[in-house]
Design a protein around this ligand. Sequence first.
Ligand code: ZN
Ligand code: ZN
Length: 186
Amino acid sequence: MSLNKKCFCGSIKSFSACCQPLIIKEKQSLTPEQLMRSRFSAYATGNSQYIYDTYAKSSQVSQSIKEISEWSEACTWIALQIHSINNNELIDNESAEQFVEFSAIYITDGVLCELRENSRFILEIPQPENTQTNDKQDLEWRYIDGDIVKHDELTKIKRKELCPCNSFPTTWVIKKGKKYKQCCGN
Ligand SMILES: [Zn+2]
Ligand SMILES: [Zn+2]
């Protein structure tokens, strides 16, 4: 993968300067938005372990890496759109929940879909056994869950029409101007 490739999350940075260092755990997400973006990029690159690891502990029990991986592979991840970020005040060292509302645009079985969700994030201590470290610096952002605002099938894509990834400004796909069958439907 080219180092200069645009990041999957639709930021102006390259993948290697944006979500990749988070996914390979060189860096930590400093904000819920960064975590949100990196989780989308992990779906796009099929890194289900990272998606699992960045769930809050209370949510991990109901998740399986196998199911995450099946869902990520069943979809072509087209674009991420961030709608709003609600940062609540952090009181002392207590972590408050924060919210990011986003749409993930993806194609599955030739259908363009939009999942719009208001996601809930929390700061957690990475290792529960490590009880001595409760400095804010040692806490990491984790995804708890989200309220689905809408989950719609936008359109059934014809193989010869312009690939729908062209209509999303934040799309990372580089085959601009191609028909669906030569682009995301390939
Ligand atoms: Zn990114
Ligand atoms: Zn495309």
